[in-house]
Design a protein around this ligand. Structure first.
Ligand SMILES: Nc1ncnc2c1ncn2[C@@H]1O[C@H](COP(=O)(O)OP(=O)(O)O)[C@@H](O)[C@H]1O
Ligand SMILES: Nc1ccn([C@@H]2O[C@H](COP(=O)(O)OP(=O)(O)O)[C@@H](O)[C@H]2O)c(=O)n1
Length: 235
């Protein structure tokens, strides 16, 4: 990852979209190509959901969710990012329930903004020249000043098939109808909540990946990012 000792502003790529639209796959590849740091903001909400489930609380328990979100810091969250337990469907559902609570969202905001503005480099104490964050409200709330915003989507049936094969590849037992239904309920909850609902930023580039493979989505996203006036000339 590129390191930098100057104080040039971080170039932020904000990627939002519904479940299994391909935003995480795209964000990881963009970050690797550009030499930027990557933050999967959904993993923060999943970490709150998972800690509630592990402590035996219902995901609807707002007070427990607020306490869990306030207790997360970089030292606890970053090692959790690759924990396979975060990827379970039950954790995704819990994440979407805790993410409705405004105090939970507020508790996670500073961490996300700090990551975007001071993205960590590959070695301790270094920073990257930019950051790619993916989630639901990165372009609208977390980093509304980001020079490159993308809204990645796909038909819900396509997304359900993608998530089904992803779950089955991890050895989980999953049924298409149940995955599709869960996804519809989660999409509705994410889009209809009062605070930071899932929606494209007004200046977001809309990328419908229903008929695209991951390579085609990557090429379209890179073309858009390179076309942004603030795109750094060192890349
Ligand atoms: N454009 C694409 N076409 C087909 N499959 C894709 C595409 N992008 C991602 N996938 C696959 O779909 C699944 C969900 O992608 P992911 O990036 O995790 O979505 P999200 O982060 O939006 O939930 C993964 O198994 C991934 O490999
Ligand atoms: N920036 C974000 C990211 C995720 N979330 C919530 O966290 C849940 C899990 O997010 P995710 O990105 O890990 O989910 P997938 O898109 O991978 O299925 C979402 O359904 C949202 O409810 C959010 O509210 N805001």
């Amino acid at each position: 990852m590129t390191t930098l000792m100057t104080s040039s502003p971080s170039f932020i790529v904000a990627i939002d979209g519904p479940a299994a639209s391909g935003k995480g796959t795209l964000a990881r590849r963009l970050a690797a190509t550009l030499g930027f740091a990557h933050l999967d903001t959904g993993a923060l909400y999943r970490a709150v959901g998972l800690s509630l489930l592990r402590a035996g609380h219902a995901p609807e328990d707002g007070a427990a969710a607020i306490a869990a979100a306030r207790g997360l810091d970089a030292a606890t969250v970053l090692p959790l990012m690759n924990d396979p337990a975060l990827r379970q469907d039950v954790v995704a559902v819990a994440a979407s329930k805790v993410s409705v609570v405004p105090e939970v969202r507020a508790a996670l905001l500073d961490f996300q903004r700090d990551f975007a503005n001071h993205p960590p480099g590959g070695a301790p104490g270094t920073v990257s020249r930019g950051a790619v964050l993916d989630g639901r409200d990165v372009g609208t709330v977390v980093c509304p000043q980001a020079p490159a915003k993308l809204f990645v989507t796909a038909d819900v049936e396509v997304r359900a098939r993608r998530r089904l094969s992803e779950l089955r590849n991890t050895g989980a037992e999953a049924i298409y109808d149940a995955v599709l239904e869960d996804m519809k309920v989660r999409d509705a909850r994410d889009s209809q909540r009062a605070v930071a609902p899932l929606k494209p930023a007004v200046d977001a580039f809309l990328l419908d990946t229903s008929m695209m493979d991951a390579d085609q989505a990557f090429i379209a996203a890179m073309d858009f990012i390179r076309s942004r006036p603030a795109f750094p000339d060192f890349l």
